[in-house]
Design a protein around this ligand. Structure first.
Ligand SMILES: Cc1cc2nc3c(=O)[nH]c(=O)nc-3n(C[C@H](O)[C@H](O)[C@H](O)COP(=O)(O)OP(=O)(O)OC[C@H]3O[C@@H](n4cnc5c(N)ncnc54)[C@H](O)[C@@H]3O)c2cc1C
Length: 466
């Protein structure tokens, strides 16, 4: 790599969902470089073992925590970002989510009508399917049976996938380590792939450590494979390193002192996975990993949603209390376990900070309202399992944050947000942000489709800037 040769129109930091969408949309007109900290896997190279997935495809060796070490965060680090390791569920936001954002920020385009065309455009970039009946496994049946018994409405999940061919024995639990058959519509088989075909350059295993705005251009530097430092320059930069990644980088680069909104309003949709153990075999790891979600309007009012889900064994083992033989006896029942998660729409804003010594920390707690939402969700799950005849119920105690959102909120108020409605970092006309870090609050809905739609909307603004 000879950095002296490299002056780009646009550098994108982070080759995840937002970065890939922006790269493809602008790839015909601009010279673009993507710098991504994670590995660029070919389909058949995705790790097979769960432990390798954690170590190689996530920051922090698999798991990161808040300062109290009582909320776990899973943060992808791989070319394609969250699209490679996530559940690929794609949902549009409803009016409840947008009204909340608009009320909080006074940003006019936060509404279903204005966002509609951007959702449509995003949805045209990959295949979407509802989970077909033949893919629904024993875990999905328990979910449906329990929801029916309790009189709650539910619906099939909408997923970014092409054809999972369950009849050939494909089990979607494997694609949490990257979909080796390329059915899941990861960025690496959709938008990013096309961007690279159009000439976008990608350097993987490159962790950006600093950015500096010179007014007429921006410098970006960091380490390739943790060794040599390289510096690049571009006319404009898009920060697409995700909620924690962007905030961390902005603090490191000294922007925290100038923009007080950086690091504020961090949300995670804490999820609690609950296990019901049954006499019969459930085989929750077969077929479609997830098939149903709650669509009960009362749940939306009460601030949570339920989904049928499962986890690979190492992840699952962390949910089961105890040690040694007792723990192993429980784990041996894995084929008899069903799992329903409650994901709460958290109301307590978290905060990311950097102290004087440069140490980064995440302060995130659950307030009384959040705990009330969790309790009610758990009670309903317990009732569902009981109505289906579970012999034992294990309540998930560890909240896991998979939807990492906020920290660079989009809005007008420099005390609460960091990015203006033109997707520019306050007072920095050449630095754009449109990923999950710009969410002003927790929507309570799967975030990735909205990250895509907002990223496409941002490309209009970025293109205008040239
Ligand atoms: C297990 C799991 C399941 C999920 N399931 C769903 C789901 O079914 N539906 C849904 O809507 N959402 C789901 N999500 C959440 C969804 O994946 C994220 O909301 C989404 O990926 C956010 O997109 P993004 O572009 O903001 O960031 P990401 O897609 O996370 O991309 C950010 C990228 O930036 C890179 N990066 C960070 N810092 C640096 C740096 N300093 N230098 C270079 N690169 C850097 C990271 O390595 C990463 O690849 C799930 C998440 C997880 C963890």
């Amino acid at each position: 790599m000879d950095e002296s040769k490299h002056f780009y129109d646009l550098i994108i930091i982070g080759g995840g969902i937002s970065g890939s969408f922006i790269a493809e949309a602008l790839s015909q007109d601009l010279r673009i470089l993507i710098l991504e900290a994670g590995i660029n896997y070919k389909l058949k190279e995705y790790p097979i073992h769960e432990v390798h997935t954690s170590a190689k495809m996530y920051w922090g060796g698999g798991i990161e925590f808040n300062t109290d070490a009582n909320i776990a965060f899973l943060r992808p680090k791989v070319v394609g970002g969250g699209s490679v390791i996530n559940g690929a569920l794609v949902d549009r936001f409803d009016d409840i989510a947008f009204d909340d954002w608009k009320g909080q920020t006074k940003v006019n385009f936060f509404n279903s009508k204005d966002m509609g065309p951007w959702y449509e455009k995003a949805e045209s970039k990959f295949q979407i399917q509802y989970i077909p009946e033949e893919g629904r496994n024993g875990n999905a049946e328990i979910f449906a049976q329990g929801m029916k018994a309790k009189g709650f409405s539910y619906s099939p999940l909408r997923r970014a996938q092409k054809n999972c061919a369950y009849e050939e024995g494909n089990d979607c639990i494997e694609c949490l380590s990257g979909c080796r058959i390329g059915s899941k519509q990861m960025m690496s088989v959709s938008t990013l792939e096309r961007a690279l075909q159009n000439g976008v350059e990608l350097i993987s295993q490159f962790e950006v450590e600093n950015i500096e705005d010179h007014g007429d251009c921006v410098s970006v530097w960091g380490k390739h494979k943790k060794q040599r430092t390289f510096k690049f320059r571009s006319k404009k930069v898009v920060m697409a390193a995700g909620a924690i990644g962007n905030v961390r980088l902005l603090f490191k680069s000294g922007f925290g002192e100038k923009i007080p909104g950086i690091g504020k309003n961090f949300y995670t949709h804490p999820q609690y996975m609950n296990l019901g153990i049954f006499e019969k075999k459930i085989q929750s790891f077969k077929g479609a990993l997830q098939a149903y979600k709650s669509s009960e309007p009362r749940f939306r009012q009460w601030g949570f949603k339920l989904e049928n889900v499962f986890a690979p064994p190492a992840g699952l083992s962390m949910l089961i209390p105890g040690f040694g033989k007792k723990h192993m006896r429980q784990m041996k029942k894995i084929a008899h376990m069903s799992c329903i998660e409650v994901a709460i729409r958290d109301t307590e804003p978290g905060k990311m900070e950097q102290d004087r010594n440069g140490n980064f920390r995440i302060i995130k707690t659950l307030n009384a309202e959040d705990r009330k939402r969790r309790k009610l969700g758990l009670e309903i799950i317990n009732d569902m399992f009981e109505s289906c005849g579970a012999s034992e119920i294990i309540e998930g105690k560890l909240p896991v944050g998979l939807h990492l959102m906020g920290g660079c909120g989009l809005g007008h108020d420099a005390n609460e947000s960091a990015v203006n409605p033109e997707f520019k970092l306050f007072d920095h006309k050449n630095i754009y942000v449109a990923d999950s870090s710009i969410f002003p609050s927790a929507p309570g809905i799967n975030p990735s489709l909205t990250v895509m739609a907002l990223s496409l909307k941002a490309t209009d603004q970025i293109a205008k800037g040239f």
